[in-house]
Design a protein around this ligand. Structure first.
Ligand SMILES: Cc1cc2nc3c(=O)[nH]c(=O)nc-3n(C[C@H](O)[C@H](O)[C@H](O)COP(=O)(O)O)c2cc1C
Length: 389
């Protein structure tokens, strides 16, 4: 009898069956070829996680336009020539029984297009890139329509490559779609106006409609959103919950509820221990109350016992893990084998998490936390806290 009956139960997103409820959260690896295609290293990295038993892998930010990368060499599905390399990645993941989907993005105001390709960066308004500080131009209606066409083409290529779905990235108040959703970034006064919930969500509804017009129901669409933005003046959870029903009606098949907005050191998106565990689960539960599609919770759910409790309590349908699966590709399989072993993943994740946050907080001057040696004592599994909800 497993100690993780909910976590290890098969689930569905749209018409796609997933072998368990563990989702690998999108994390850019920068392992791609210089021109933004999955490389041998990309394939090995994801094959290891698929072999380790994860249910659904989400690729990190994957551009719909190769001229607007978020990172140098960032993955893209922006050209027909990209399909073969993506198909090779999908095939190795499928060989090990996992499902896989790309997280589709247009980097909008936050890409490196101007620096690398000499193109103009576009945002809802003239706003500084979170990364470089360079201001974007305000996107016109015509340019928005061109970007919807790019979404359509990228989703068609995702289907050709054999992906099991797509994740539409609209979280963290950055890149194109979520900059429109963020009141502090959308200062327009037209139909996409930033001072009204209806104006802010319009671009996501139109992107969904465009995608659905291209692929019909062939690929499930997961929407990644911030439950709430955790900054003064940011979008509150009640607005996200209201939007959620409209987003389902427009074609969303699942929600992946993250939180916060990005900042230069990404501490608002990749939270450190002092932000607390399970910090987006309340928002995921609020979305789950108003929709009848699956909801994925994410954010410092590093202890499998906590993940199991979240599902058992009905606060989410899937749990996404980022750093735990960076640290331990075999974490899901270890849950099958032995509940205690799950704590290894949790403790490894804590180490990676500490390293990640110390690097991002103090840039190159920080000293990474020492890795746990193989002989050091293993901590006892953490019991789910009664006060966690
Ligand atoms: C190295 C790294 C890269 C990330 N890249 C992305 C990304 O491309 N898109 C995204 O939405 N989130 C990205 N994230 C955020 C993760 O998907 C996740 O939401 C976050 O790490 C919290 O989950 P965790 O506590 O399980 O790690 C990244 C996180 C890390 C650590």
């Amino acid at each position: 009898m497993t100690s993780f009956p909910h976590l290890l139960a098969p689930g569905r997103i749209g018409a796609t069956t997933v072998r368990n409820r563990v989702v690998m959260s999108p994390m850019e690896t920068m392992y791609s070829t210089g021109d933004g295609l999955p490389s041998e290293r990309t394939r090995d990295y994801f094959a290891a996680r698929a072999r380790g038993g994860v249910g659904l892998i989400t690729l990190g930010a994957t551009g719909i336009d190769h001229r607007h990368p978020e990172t140098p060499g960032g993955l893209h599905l922006g050209t027909d020539g990209a399909v073969d390399a993506h198909r090779a990645l999908v095939d190795v993941v499928h060989e090990h029984g996992a499902k896989i989907q790309p997280q589709l993005v247009h980097a909008g105001p936050d890409g490196l297009g101007p620096e690398i390709f000499g193109v103009e960066s576009l945002g809802p308004s003239v706003i500084p890139s979170y990364l470089t500080g360079r201001p974007s131009s305000e996107i016109s209606r015509r340019q928005l329509c061109e970007i919807f066409d790019l979404y359509k083409a990228a989703v068609r290529r995702a289907a050709e490559a054999g992906y099991d779905g797509i994740e539409l990235h609209a979280a963290h108040g950055y890149m194109l779609l979520c900059s429109f959703l963020a009141p502090q970034r959308d200062r327009r006064t037209d139909g996409y106006r930033g001072d009204s919930p209806r104006g802010r969500v319009r671009v996501v509804l139109e992107a969904l409609a465009a995608i659905r017009s291209e692929v019909g129901d062939a690929l499930p669409i997961t929407l990644r959103i911030s439950g709430y933005e955790r900054i003064a003046g940011g979008r509150p959870i009640y607005e996200t919950a209201r939007m959620a029903t409209e987003l389902v009606a427009a074609g969303g098949d699942a929600f992946h509820v993250s939180g916060g907005v990005i900042d230069r050191l990404v501490t608002g998106m990749v939270n450190a221990a002092d932000d607390g565990d399970e910090l987006n689960v309340g928002a995921a539960a609020a979305v789950k109350q108003v929709v009848d599609v699956p909801v994925i919770a994410v954010g410092r759910i590093h202890d499998p016992a906590r993940a199991e409790r979240i599902l058992a309590d009905g606060r989410a349908d899937f749990v996404a893990m980022g750093r735990p699966l960076l640290a331990d590709p075999e974490l899901p399989d270890k849950l099958q084998a032995d509940s205690r072993i799950g704590s290894v993943g949790a403790s490894l994740a804590k180490t990676v998490s500490t390293q990640w946050n110390s690097v991002s907080r103090s840039t190159a001057r920080s000293t990474p936390a020492p890795a746990r040696s193989a002989n050091s004592p293993r901590p006892e599994p953490t019991a789910p806290s009664a006060s966690s909800w």
